[in-house]
Design a protein around this ligand. Structure first.
Ligand code: TEU
Ligand code: CA
Length: 557
């Protein structure tokens, strides 16, 4: 069928269901809660939702460990609730994509239960079970996992299995055609129910080098990555999903990638390759980390940040499609992170959003981003996330100080993004009538909540609404080219988007002070109209713009 490629005009909102809204009063967000907020989503102006996993799961990794791909976790509701949500979203003009976690299952999935017990079971070949070395004392190779521990776990049978995330997330063996068939059946099942596509969890690591050879990397950080990141058959397998299933529906896919360059990304998203529609990459979130390892803190550097974004823009425009985001359920809150300051919450949040979402690609916002939700600082034992706990353990083993580790956790723990959505000033921020499964940030009482912001015309929320409305349907933002100016400035990010003689110039101040910015060549003495700015002051002259702290302008020429 001819696909409409509706995603090119979509503005996405990511829902992390546990923390979004509790409909039945047990302290855990759920589908009825989401249904009760569809009007809110519609009013915000978004027209697509990415829903993090709601499948049956023992929640070792909050749903990214699936024990049954075809049923809804009872904590979240029933399949009927799901169908009702989907229908109501569609009626409100909102598409819904699910999270497809295909690299691994839960160890409580029946495939794993059967395969781990019985070497003769067909399910034994669904995973990577291997005899140990040195009389079974050592695993098959020296790989390490994403969650800061070894990549193997030993079973009572004496066999080990590969798990690139937690012990309860065994990796599936995609070289087995039966596994690929199962995966295609699952995609088809949800598409037939009417969902509009998938965010594909770590899809770029599904193909592992045959034999799972020892890694030559010395540091215990993603050791083995050279044998599975963009592994040998990954393009073949994704193309197979596309050809046999995805291409038969008017759906969209966004793949989560791991350590990827824009050139490598193109191979997944070039339309003629018939694989995925776009990828999430992480390079720009590395602006305050080293070598893709977020825990190695470094100071944000605007020049480096701009360079990364520009490189991705220039590679993708004209050749493929991209995604734009500042936050998700694995990332800390953006306010105060990307060169901005919590001293200027309104200006900082709105500047970042404008800087990001006028670029080329499909925009994604994460729940709470639109009201300027903040990070949390907890004691170690108050954190919920498995990655955080494991990181601390290995960090101590590697002799990092407690002080450094806690600083890194405060800045980077995934739990920063997993506090309850702040709806109003009532108990538990209106998320639930009872104490929620995890922290509610107390600042909901200080105006950081949906209701207060709806009533304040100058709130972050109302700015997001304006921004979303302006972006949607704007052909220049959708299809225009991209040129960056004053690349060496460590204060200003300036770029233009042009299409058919119409241009938008975006100028963002990343400093907490006034800046006079000389317009780039070619923009002097032109008729400039301010399409959007985050201050009442609009100081635009013939060749000079004055920006207040964290002010941003979108000028139309
Ligand atoms: O994340 C993949 C991934 O690369 C992360 O584990 C990343 O290393 C980490 O979050 C950085 O802090 C996806 C999901 O988004 C994540 O929530 C899951 O835990 C993971 O896959 C396993 O399914
Ligand atoms: Ca609930």
């Amino acid at each position: 069928m001819e696909r409409s490629r509706w995603y090119k005009d979509a503005f996405f909102y990511q829902i992390y269901p546990r923390s979004f809204c509790d409909g039945n009063g047990d302290g855990i967000g759920d589908i009825r809660g989401i249904i009760s907020k569809i009007d809110y989503l519609k009013d915000l102006g978004i027209n697509a939702v990415w829903l993090s996993p709601v499948y049956k799961s023992p929640n070792d990794d909050n749903g990214y460990d699936i024990s049954d791909y075809r049923s809804i976790n009872p904590e979240f509701g029933t399949l009927d609730d799901f169908k009702e949500m989907l229908e109501k979203m569609h009626k409100s003009g909102i598409k819904l994509i699910m999270d497809f976690v295909g690299n691994h299952t839960s160890d409580e999935h029946e495939w794993f239960i059967k395969g781990s017990k019985d070497k003769d079971s067909k399910y034994h070949d669904y995973y990577f079970f291997k005899e140990g070395k040195k009389n079974g004392k050592k695993p098959h190779n020296n790989w390490t996992s994403f969650f800061a521990e070894g990549a193997w776990n030993k079973l009572e049978t004496g066999e080990y299995y590969l798990k690139l995330f937690s012990k309860k997330q065994p990796d599936l063996n995609w070289d087995n055609p039966l596994v690929r068939k199962e995966m295609k059946d699952i995609l088809r099942y949800w598409l037939d129910l009417g969902v509009d596509g998938f965010r594909c969890d770590v899809i770029t690591i599904i193909s592992k080098q045959e034999g799972l050879p020892n890694s030559k990397r010395i540091l215990p950080i993603l050791r083995g990555g050279e044998y599975y990141i963009n592994g040998p058959h990954v393009h073949e397998y994704i193309h197979e999903l596309n050809k046999d299933v995805l291409s038969k529906y008017d759906c969209m896919t966004v793949g989560e990638s791991v350590m990827i360059t824009p050139i490598e990304a193109l191979e997944y998203v070039k339309e003629e390759n018939e694989e995925l529609d776009m990828l999430f990459s992480f390079e720009h979130t590395d602006a305050d980390g080293w070598f893709h390892i977020k825990w190695f803190l470094r100071k944000f550097n605007l020049i480096r940040f701009k360079k990364t974004l520009t490189k991705w823009q220039n590679t993708l425009i004209g050749n493929g499609w991209g995604s734009l985001y500042l936050e998700n359920h694995d990332q800390p809150r953006c306010l105060g992170r990307f060169g901005t300051s919590e001293k200027y919450p309104y200006a900082s949040s709105t500047m970042l959003a404008t800087m990001m979402y006028f670029q080329f690609g499909t925009p994604f916002i994460y729940q709470g981003q639109e009201i300027g939700m903040r990070n949390i600082s907890l004691e170690l034992d108050e954190y919920e996330d498995i990655e955080t706990a494991n990181f601390y353990k290995i960090g101590r083993k590697l002799l990092f100080t407690k002080k450094y580790l806690m600083k890194a956790i405060h800045l980077k723990s995934r739990d920063n993004a997993r506090t309850m959505m702040q709806w109003d000033k009532t108990n538990n921020a209106g998320f639930s009538k009872v104490k929620p499964w995890f922290i509610v940030n107390k600042n909901y009482q200080d105006g950081i909540n949906v209701l207060d912001e709806e009533n304040d015309p100058d709130s972050i929320l109302n700015y997001y609404k304006k921004l979303i409305a302006l972006r949607k349907g704007n052909k220049i933002v959708r299809d225009g080219n991209y040129i960056e100016y004053n690349k060496q400035s460590n204060k200003i990010y300036c770029y233009s988007r042009s299409l058919n003689n119409k241009t938008l110039l975006i100028i963002a101040n990343f400093k907490g002070k006034d800046i006079n910015y000389k317009l780039p060549k070619g923009f002097n003495n032109k008729d400039l109209e301010v399409l959007l700015t985050n201050y009442k002051e609009q100081l635009v002259n013939k060749d000079m713009v004055t920006l207040k702290p964290y002010q941003v302008y979108v000028l139309s020429i």
